[in-house]
Design a protein around this ligand. Structure first.
Ligand SMILES: Nc1ncnc2c1ncn2[C@@H]1O[C@H](COP(=O)(O)OP(=O)(O)OP(=O)(O)O)[C@@H](O)[C@H]1O
Length: 348
């Protein structure tokens, strides 16, 4: 079963500080939503309000249109996965997965349900293994199987993959997403990991200072940030201040937009060419630093009319000696496609 979840104007003050300020979320049934934001922005608090561990001062929490604000966590039919697994080490894998079934007096065949859940997380046949003998990745699968076993109506994930190393984390991201899609349970996740948020979520919600800064699809959030805060927060970015026309800088001449706005250019939207052919879509630069990063290369280049170097992400191949500090180059970018935000973090 899949239900929609709504938070309406949730506000919460703890120890005299406003921790959540009119947080509103509308999560469609079966979708995967991730809360992202700097430390202290209110992500975990929002998850705790959804779970019922914290009661907001104002606002309402609706599951499938029904107010659940007065229901304790145990009555909200939730599955929860924490960063530190919270698996009982002295029990077998099967006992761990069966635990919520016993607690909730599951009416069906418990043994069959446990096997079904272990198959789902690719741990078929692990029923009798002691939890203490499992790897980190396996423990997190058990945690997921245990959270899903009683058929929750909402799945809450609190930094579910952050205890895993990078390679395993990336593999688990796509697996977790495909399990979520298969089960179809409405899922709300909290993470610090931007690539996790962008790759797994149907919708990304960025929080800032207890408020929702912006929400939308991963593509929208990355390509069309509405505020300077979001442009700077998500991934690397070059921001160019649009100054009054007639400015002497050769870059300012080409920037569309109004004075006071910032032009947002992601590093991968610039490319590098041999010096020469400077036109509307290109300007001169000098390579300052080059970092080879495996799949791509991060280049810092000094350009006229700007104090900070610009950041360019490019493929290594074919550029040869162009990628050497001190080289004069042409930076190519089509400024007619630009996106702008208002300076100072206010929505454009
Ligand atoms: N019980 C409490 N009393 C007072 N302040 C609290 C309490 N719980 C949390 N806070 C404060 O609320 C703010 C939001 O905390 P929260 O844990 O929700 O942020 P977060 O975005 O999840 O941060 P992190 O990414 O570091 O986990 C922080 O400034 C925190 O210090």
């Amino acid at each position: 079963m899949s239900i929609d979840v709504k938070l309406k104007d949730i506000s919460l003050t703890l120890s005299d500080s406003r921790i959540l300020d009119r947080v509103g979320l509308d999560i469609p049934a079966g979708s995967f939503v991730t809360l992202l934001g700097p430390s202290g922005s209110g992500k975990t608090t929002t998850l705790n309000v959804l779970a019922g561990f914290l009661k907001p001062d104002e606002g309402s929490v609706l599951f499938d249109g029904q107010e659940v604000g007065s229901l304790p966590p145990g009555a909200r039919r939730l599955g929860i996965v924490f960063q530190n697994y919270a698996i009982f080490p002295h029990m077998t894998v099967g006992e761990n997965v069966a635990f919520p079934l016993l607690a909730q007096k599951w009416k069906g065949d418990r043994k069959a349900r446990v096997s079904e859940m272990l198959e789902l997380v690719k741990l078929g046949g692990f029923e009798n293994r002691r939890a203490a003998t499992l790897s980190g990745g396996q423990l997190q699968r058990v945690a997921l199987a245990r959270a899903l076993s009683p058929n929750p109506q909402v799945l809450l994930l609190d930094e579910p993959l952050s205890a895993l190393d990078k390679q395993l984390r990336e593999a688990m991201q796509s697996e977790l997403k495909s399990i979520q899609r298969e089960v179809g349970v409405t899922t709300i996740s909290v993470t610090h990991d931007q690539s996790e948020a962008l790759s797994m979520s149907d919708r990304v919600v960025v929080m800032n200072g207890g408020r929702i800064e912006q929400q939308g699809s991963a593509e929208e959030m990355y390509c069309k940030p509405r505020t300077e805060f979001l442009a700077r927060f998500l991934g690397e970015v070059n921001l160019f201040e649009v100054s009054a026309k007639g400015d002497a800088s050769p870059l300012a001449e080409r920037l569309p937009g109004r004075a006071g706005e910032l032009v947002v250019v992601r590093p991968e939207d610039f490319s590098i060419a041999e010096l020469g052919g400077i036109g509307t879509h290109a300007f001169p630069g000098r390579v300052a630093q080059v970092q080879f990063q495996g799949g791509s290369c991060r280049v810092e280049a000094v350009v006229p009319g700007r104090d900070d170097p610009i950041i360019i992400r490019t493929n290594y191949g074919g550029l040869g000696t162009l990628l050497e500090p001190g080289r004069d180059i042409t930076v190519v970018y089509d400024f007619s496609y630009v996106h702008t935000v208002a300076k100072g973090g206010a929505p454009a």
